[in-house]
Design a protein around this ligand. Structure first.
Ligand SMILES: C[S@@+](CC[C@H](N)C(=O)[O-])C[C@H]1O[C@@H](n2cnc3c(N)ncnc32)[C@H](O)[C@@H]1O
Length: 266
């Protein structure tokens, strides 16, 4: 399974225009901004896609470098931000020799875990992020969560009685992926226990927390419209923040964020 085949055929660049993904985008920024240090940071965005978070974080004054496995995405980002071209390159989150050890305040891995079904690959990616971080630095990993398709396609897209959807949903619940499905064969959906196990097995050890990205926000009526109005968005996010770490509600998420800290034993 090579996810470049998927991204060569699908328009990932426009994904955030769709309601659920727009909520994912704004909530991801909300989480990052609340948890990163209150100073200008060195940030590596290592599955940066076409550069949406890259652009935003540069505008906030951070020193950001991005890479992505997909040559197509890297080309889009380089063409869009020509003045930042030398900060955008093709790279694999599991092995990034281009980047120095102990050099980043923050590493974002907002995508590679969706495409790494093998725990050994996820361990390599987590340990590579650990290498890049300064002591005390933070890793933000996003994951597709096992019941995501139930919530997004089954409920929000009204597909719950469609036989094809049901087959796909059952397969993902059982194995984390659906090899027969033309889209889902490229994605891996985690259980919460898997995420915890991965992070405990990595050099990050026990120093992590897990936060729901969309959480109950997607169930709020006309949630997407509220994202266009700053005051309404803030009210919605205040509501979500109350229960964003509640394990009982994790199934409401399409994505969850694992935030890990590089602790050095003294
Ligand atoms: C769903 S997109 C998300 C992109 C971006 N972070 C965002 O949220 O808009 C997932 C991205 O992860 C990239 N990716 C997948 N496996 C990767 C890997 N091993 N190393 C680096 N990037 C990877 C894909 O090429 C794709 O651009």
């Amino acid at each position: 399974m090579n996810c470049n085949d998927y991204y060569d055929q699908h328009n990932e660049d426009k994904r955030f225009e769709l309601d659920v993904f727009k909520l994912e985008y704004y909530r991801t920024l909300d989480i990052i901004e609340r948890f990163i240090p209150e100073r200008k940071c060195v940030i590596y965005d290592i599955a940066g896609g076409t550069g949406h978070y890259f652009r935003y974080l540069i505008e906030q004054g951070h020193n950001v470098t991005m890479c992505d496995l997909s040559p197509r995405h890297v080309e889009i980002a380089r063409n869009r931000y020509p003045e930042k071209k030398n900060r955008i390159f093709t790279g694999d989150a599991r092995n990034l020799p281009e980047l120095e050890s102990n050099s980043a305040d923050v590493v974002l891995n907002l995508g590679a875990m969706y495409h790494l079904p093998d725990p050994e690959d996820r361990l390599d990616a987590n340990n590579e992020s650990w290498r890049l971080l300064k002591p005390g630095g933070m890793l933000f990993n996003s994951y597709c969560i096992r019941n995501a398709t139930a919530y997004v396609e089954g409920i929000q897209d009204d597909m719950y009685a469609d036989p094809g959807f049901l087959l796909m949903f059952k397969a993902i619940r059982k194995k984390g992926t659906a090899p027969f499905d033309k889209i889902m064969q490229y994605f891996y959906f985690h259980t919460l226990d898997e995420i915890k196990k991965d992070l405990k097995a990595s050099n990050f050890n026990g120093y992590f927390k897990i936060i729901g990205i969309e959480s109950i926000g997607g169930a709020v009526k006309s949630f997407a419209e509220k994202l266009d109005n700053e005051a309404e968005k803030e009210k919605l996010f205040n509501f979500i923040r109350i229960c964003e770490e509640d394990e009982a509600l994790m199934g409401f998420n399409s994505h969850v964020m694992g935030i890990s800290v590089k602790k050095i034993k003294s």
